[in-house]
Design a protein around this ligand. Sequence first.
Ligand SMILES: Cc1ncc(C[n+]2csc(CCOP(=O)(O)OP(=O)(O)O)c2C)c(N)n1
Ligand SMILES: [Mg+2]
Length: 591
Amino acid sequence: MPTTGQFMLERLSAWGVRRVYGYPGDGINGLLGAFHEVGDRLEFVQVRHEEIAAFAATAHAKLTGEVGVCMATSGPGAIHLLNGLYDAKLVHAPVVAIVGQQKRMSIGGNYQQEVDLQVLFKDVASEFVQTCMEPAQARHLIDRAIRIARATRSPTCVIVPNDVQEAEYEEPPREHGAVFSSIGFSEPRIVPREADLRRAAEVLNAGERVAILIGQGAIGAGAEVERVADLLGAGVAKALNGRAALPDDLPFVTGSIGLLGTKASADMIDGCDTLLMVGSSFPYGEWLPAEGQARGVQIDIDGRMLNLRYPIEVGLTGDSRETLLALIPLLKRKADRAWRSRIEDDVHRWWEILDAQAHEPADPLNPQLLFHELSKRLPERAILTSDSGSATDWWARHLKLRDGMQAILSGTLATMCPAVPYALAGKMAFPDRPVIACLGDGAMQMLGINALIDIAKYHGRWSDQRLVVLVLNNHDLNQVTWEQRVLSGDPKLDASQQLPDFPYAAYAQLIGLKGIRIDAPEQVGPAWDEALASGTPVVLEAITDPEVPPLPPHIRFEQARQMAHALVGDPARGRILRHAVKGKLDELTRR
Ligand SMILES: Cc1ncc(C[n+]2csc(CCOP(=O)(O)OP(=O)(O)O)c2C)c(N)n1
Ligand SMILES: [Mg+2]
């Protein structure tokens, strides 16, 4: 008989899991020892920090649709997983965490590294967290952890005391109390009832100016969204988690929405009389139509997310693709295309505005230029990852995604640090695809430089070496500096905002990767060319200007007022205002 640890690994493998991201500790020695037995059917990918493991498992789930698996030791290792698991929870990604625990006989003994993991994980793994107290439990705990993660699109957790890992595995006995589970899960087909579809179609057909907002639930339904937008003469805005659901080179795609969004999206929302939300729980209600302005239809696979952000008239529980397919025959093509052509004009003008803004001089580099030049060079089938910071704003607006690309970020938890761990997971899952991570110096210092060691460790096995990590070196926690200015009216607090210098490109070289450091606009295009042609992963370090406001030119009046207030006494005031005013002028002169 195998050990229980070995059985668990065999079971993961039988479910189709090929890779476990983790970090060792004596709390999981019984599981680690069992990796010898399963051979290359299941690989332990050792990363620098358990948080990287959880982010990587989350990215694996987001990019492949499979379950992502991470593993950590008892106590501190398990605790380190948490932030990454919350990222999975908030974006509805199926992830299984397997963590160690002290021996059964020591539990409750205030033992070393004894943490009440059952309680600690109960919130993040709210759908399923269980401790394996008996070898005969192992089978149904692994089966259920995976099945429930898939069925509820959320993280689940199995806690395994280390003596159980080493104990001989026992099949559940044929006696009262035993549980007999098996492997398998099938996605259901979820479609609303006919009567509800008709009510939704009535609202959409009655509208004269329809706006569509899509989110990550629309991934896989791009063709149907496009068809519906055509029938309804609508434009489509995208919440960031769903930005790869529809390419940006379509003329009616207005791009991102909100403070990280585009003016074309804001104008469409402001002018619409009907809103169709598909697979999105975009949180910021102030960027949706005013209550009463528009009639609303919403589609979400999870009924709990319906009628939530805007007072929706018809909420439809359903898979976005299946629901749109069922809706299409009920929709009438709008004869009047004036609204749609206005949106297309706005979109066209918006791309011109972005182009102009990217070419504004800055000291030394305008961060927008990095994204503008990357956009033109995005390789086919690229996987794009973003962190949380000002890079997110530029990533959201300036990149023109095409069909076949994927784009992921921590859109809901909005945590710092996932960009490089996501990129690692992207390359591990798709070694033949190019991956580009974008992040700030703060996130790079917090975890990115550690995850870069993982890239240095694993890149040799990737058939395509294109992996570029763009670091915006602005010596600032810039996004928050701007939030303090714009949302709170406070000037920059150097003590909390300023970052120490670090040689990102030189560090990449030091660990066997390629480093490129640039600080002049004419270097930007050639640097991307060089990075995207490199035979090893690259850190592209760009010295960027922290005083370019990462805000759309159409910020709300109250935000502009707060910003003006915050800038009184700010030494960088003149430069900031020049950028802000120039943004506004671009917008006006291109009308
Ligand atoms: C774990 C975590 N800590 C703090 C924050 C708040 N926060 C959001 S963006 C940001 C600044 C990030 O700075 P950097 O990575 O340098 O990017 P920049 O905005 O300067 O481009 C901070 C501190 C967060 N989202 N997550
Ligand atoms: Mg920064």
